[in-house]
Design a protein around this ligand. Structure first.
Ligand code: ZN
Length: 291
């Protein structure tokens, strides 16, 4: 399994700043404040930025990121596609600010409004898909997943020996023995109530809102609890779950002990908490990948 901190970099502090960069996919989710400082020259590595919703802690880093790509040394004409929920006031306000503050400057940015079910092609034959996320009333919010088509052995051949499979494949039965399946490479809830596990089934990595350690602390149903996020991961059979957006009301590290106890109640091998810039392992298997 890939060492998660090698492919995922992010920052998560609810109400302050939230962003997540998946390096191999060149995909960024959200752009909270400070993102361009954290990425440095890697600001140019991002190809697609997907905004989950327009709240300030998810979009206020957008002007800095776009300006850093335009005015610092690097691939200043590399296009950046910014997908965002259609009608998002926060995103539109950032666009207006860029237009006003940098009147006359053209940025190589493609702004693409999205609705639930919309798709965008990524490199490597992958697809970015959006679905409605339940967050604040009146604020359009989307969750995203990246899918790829994979050829795999049909179920009826899975208990064949390797030799038998290879012999059949050599005899020209490869097409008949395999099928194309849609694999979820990565998924991100944004700020949201629990996602539908079916939508993220079998994901390599799921990043999920986990604001509240206990249901009693939740006043409005706009963020998931840690246990709800873990339940989604367990039901969906994701390989790795990254909890994020844990409320600042909980002291660290004592809340980590409570969280590890919750995780141990689920059949989840690889669980992490993205807390500020740290990826904190919540299971022994996750810790072991750090070596
Ligand atoms: Zn929000």
């Amino acid at each position: 399994m890939t060492r998660l901190p090698d492919e995922l970099v992010g920052y998560s502090r609810g109400m302050f700043s939230n962003w997540c960069w998946h390096r191999p996919l060149q995909l960024m989710i959200d752009a909270g404040e400070g993102v361009q400082l954290a990425l440095g020259t890697h600001v140019f590595a991002v190809s697609v930025l997907a905004i989950t919703h327009g709240h300030s802690d998810h979009v206020l880093g957008l002007p800095g990121l776009i300006a850093a790509r335009r005015f610092s040394k690097g691939a200043t004409d590399k296009p950046l596609t910014v997908v965002y929920p259609e009608g998002s006031r926060g995103v539109l306000a950032v666009r207006q600010w860029l237009d006003t503050a940098f009147a006359g400057v053209t940025f190589p940015v493609l702004w693409q409004p999205m609705q639930s079910g919309d798709r965008v092609a990524l490199g490597g034959g992958r697809t970015l898909e959006a679905t409605t996320a339940v967050h604040t009333p009146g604020e359009p919010a989307l969750a995203y997943r990246v899918t790829e088509e994979r050829r795999q052995l049909r179920p009826e051949f899975r208990d064949w020996t390797r030799d038998a499979i290879e012999a059949a494949a050599r005899a020209g039965d490869r097409e008949r023995m395999t099928e194309m399946v849609t694999h979820v490479r990565f998924a991100h809830s944004g700020d949201a109530m629990p996602l539908d596990p079916v939508w993220v089934a079998g994901a390599d990595v799921l990043v999920h809102d986990a604001t509240f350690l206990v249901e009693a602390d939740r006043r409005e149903r706009i963020h998931a609890t840690t246990d709800e996020a873990l339940q989604v991961a367990a039901t969906a059979g994701v390989a790795q779950i990254v909890l994020q957006h844990l409320s600042v009301r909980y002291s660290r590290p004592s809340s980590l002990d409570a969280l590890r106890t919750q995780v141990s109640a689920h059949p989840i091998a690889h669980a992490w908490l993205l807390d500020d810039h740290r990826l904190v392992p919540l299971t022994d298997a996750a810790a072991a990948t750090l070596g």
